[in-house]
Design a protein around this ligand. Sequence first.
Ligand code: FDA
Length: 378
Amino acid sequence: MDLLIVGSGFFGLTIAERAAAAGRKVTVIDRRHHIGGNAFSENEAQTGIEVHRYGAHLFHTSNATVWEYVNRFTQFTDYVHRVYTNHKGVVYPLPINLATINQFFQAAYSPADARALVNELAGEFDAKSAANLEEKAIALIGRPLYEAFIRDYTAKQWQTDPKDLPAEVISRLPVRYNYDNRYFNDTWEGLPVDGYTAWLERMADHANIEVKLDTDFFDAAQPLNKAATVGQVPIVYTGPVDRYFDFAEGELGWRTLDFEEEVVDVADFQGTSVMNYADADVPYTRIHEFKHFHPERADRYPAEKTVIMREYSRFAGRDDEPYYPVNTPEDRARLLAYRDLSKGEADVHFGGRLGTYQYLDMHMAIGAALSMWNNTLR
Ligand code: FDA
């Protein structure tokens, strides 16, 4: 073995694929029973509808190198992501755009009218001196839109009143002064035609790559554990950086999500793939309906059944799946301490969202892995 990779998510598999193509013998271990990390998807047993097991995953990128690379393993559908939100029983388009504003104010503002109105409403606070998230958000979009679309949703995401969240949690709140409600601004967007898992399996499909599942790097009982391998073979580690160092500098904070899946006996539950719930009286943040990610599969999916998934957000404990870095000033200080410790590890390369304590979209994880391969490992 020339290289050990801990974690079979997009970061680990990209390194594995590049190394194998360059003639290296690679072993990838993952503690889960499946490959692919958080992008893993599988067909729901009763309906055959593809469900993204760790939350909805939409591929999008403006990075030409990444786009060329991912197209070696899968084709993409022409799916374009759009999100709607339910506020007080009325559905509005997101991100906040001219349709949202005109529907909310029951008006027919022109782009210039709407911009002037939002600027006037935003004058209540100064973004630079905002003391908390609430003041910052009001300084960006004004109180009415903030209270309708941001306040309670943010409180549900963070289980914290936005008045008690730091202003830095948001840097900007995009408002579009036109009717464009495409969620992503990227050059390329789509979903893998035959699903995420087929794509991920093709990346690992090489004679030089061996994948071992249900194998935890910190389990001393399995031969490729930390004590047995560090210093013996180059390692790419994509698990949590604090866990690697046995939490010596303290735990890094994460938010996690709980998913509640349901098969419903209707052809179409909500008419779209993602519906947010903006208000405090609904405990979940959003509902995903997976059928709508693949309208081109209509003839293969059941006509009178659909799969929905309600999503709840909360702070993660040590045994929960870490999803979004909380990133408090204490977390950032700990991360710096872990980075210093990482420098002392002989030939261990920390990567991916858990290894670097960063939210990374898929194209960013793949791009970062290609850079690590080209600049360091090759
Ligand atoms: P990833 O977490 O995928 O893989 C790490 C792997 O390491 C896991 O398989 C884990 O089991 C393994 N591991 C950890 N510790 C180990 C140990 N001790 N021993 C062995 N294995 C170990 N992106 C995007 O572009 N569009 C989107 O719509 C979304 N949506 C989205 C929703 C939600 C809820 C989340 C949390 C994330 C997204 N993402 C996303 C981001 C996407 O999930 C992310 O880019 C990839 O998961 C990054 O891949 P990594 O390989 O870095 O980590």
